[in-house]
Design a protein around this ligand. Sequence first.
Ligand SMILES: Cc1cc2nc3c(=O)[nH]c(=O)nc-3n(C[C@H](O)[C@H](O)[C@H](O)COP(=O)(O)OP(=O)(O)OC[C@H]3O[C@@H](n4cnc5c(N)ncnc54)[C@H](O)[C@@H]3O)c2cc1C
Ligand code: SF4
Length: 477
Amino acid sequence: MIQKMLKFVNIGQQNPPKRDKIERKQDFNEIYKEFINERAKEQSSRCSQCGVPFCQVHCPLSNNIPDWLKLTAEGRHEEAYQLSQSTNNMPEVCGRICPQDRLCEGNCVIEQSGHGTVTIGSIEKYITETAWENGWVKPIEVTNEIDQSIGIIGAGSAGLACGEELRKKGYQITIYDRYDRAGGLLIYGIPNFKLEKQVVERRIKLLKDGGIKFVHNFEVGKDSNLKQLRDKHDAILIATGVYKAREVSVPGNDLSNIFPAMEFLTASNRKGLGDKVEMFDNGTLDAKDKNVVVIGGGDTAMDCVRTSIRQNAKSVKCIYRRDKENMPGSAREVTNAEEEGVEFIWLSNPKEFKGTNKVQSLIVDKMELGEPDDSGRRKPIVKENSEFEIKADLVIKALGFDPEELPKLFDEDRLQITKWRTVKVDFDTMETNIPGVFAAGDIVRGASLVVWAIKDGRDAAFSIDSYLQSKQKQKVA
Ligand SMILES: Cc1cc2nc3c(=O)[nH]c(=O)nc-3n(C[C@H](O)[C@H](O)[C@H](O)COP(=O)(O)OP(=O)(O)OC[C@H]3O[C@@H](n4cnc5c(N)ncnc54)[C@H](O)[C@@H]3O)c2cc1C
Ligand code: SF4
């Protein structure tokens, strides 16, 4: 039956229900429930089918959102899934963790007319979960394998998306990763309550079943250098992400029980996966019964505070130097954290860590916002004589990440990098200055989003294919 669209006037916006805040603090499971079929159809039918769909324009993958919403409203779920997956390698992941308020949903026309956005992310998740349940998600079948191979360094979102696209074309793909599991930050960074691990593991299995080879515990820079890997494959993709934690340079930074965010989150994620983690098991990285202070205002900080809540911390505070309106984290995640009992101390900045051996408290300056800086954001300035003290048994630094020094690490001086130490590429091709070596994801953009990493991985796959085809033609000629 043809479903009438444009129902936003009569049907109100509904998100899938959130689990009760008391209940969800007791475990690490995802906090949003699934749409039921009728609700997904109804919510999809709210779409106004714009001639120029701003949601699609503002989706980094240019997902054909209006069309898959219409198909869902009509109950044509398999077609909706086929369309959605044609531009996105992990729609169920993006549906869960994209900051939709800043991307597709934030630009929905009916949101701007005051009716509340179409809940695009939840519907994208619904379509893909329905596809998994019905067996529509299938591994790649290669009938004619091409005698050319691509080595991908990094099994995160960018590496996986690129590998999948090239495997679909028949190339031989090997993905190397220094970790023991594939997924990158999807597995060891982002906590379960945002993205359950089985969602990522299911994707990895699909790629393995499609013939992609994974080599784990293989660190480029230790187990091989870039040249050795380049000699082994016809093309290389660098998709190593950014992992060097930014520091807080204040007195007392060397006291114990002050940790970078990734150390804390990786320990928690590993525990959830059933690993033995000595630093967690001996209580050091476990927030239980501790006064936890997280420094930072991005998504990583939000993940740290909410993990601490679930580990039964005595208190959890988040200090951030700007105000709520100017923080980089997703508004949705801040609301979730507030509901779960996190205390935010806006406009505050650490001045000193105090304690004997172990951190016991932080001296914090009050800040105010001054004139906009080069980035256009108002600059935080210390308020004179405003300092105060906060008790802390565990401090987590979540101030962002920088790239590692890849030319040095990979023993390849020729590899050009930018002034931010990201790998320099030609943005039309994603190729570095070394022929046949491409790069994608956070290592090119700096710390960014999963959806951008997928986009880069797909773009790099397109260029690698063109590069290898022209190489093949030259051989034949
Ligand atoms: C805590 C946290 C929460 C986040 N939450 C969100 C969110 O909610 N939504 C969102 O869209 N984005 C989020 N992000 C950002 C998102 O995770 C990243 O933008 C995305 O994962 C980048 O993908 P990538 O493939 O470039 O890198 P990564 O996912 O970091 O993968 C890189 C891979 O390369 C491997 N590697 C690195 N160096 C080497 C080497 N020398 N040899 C071999 N392997 C190597 C690593 O082990 C890793 O597996 C979050 C990030 C963090 C840290
Ligand atoms: S991939 Fe992200 S931005 Fe694009 S439609 Fe899905 S949720 Fe929105």
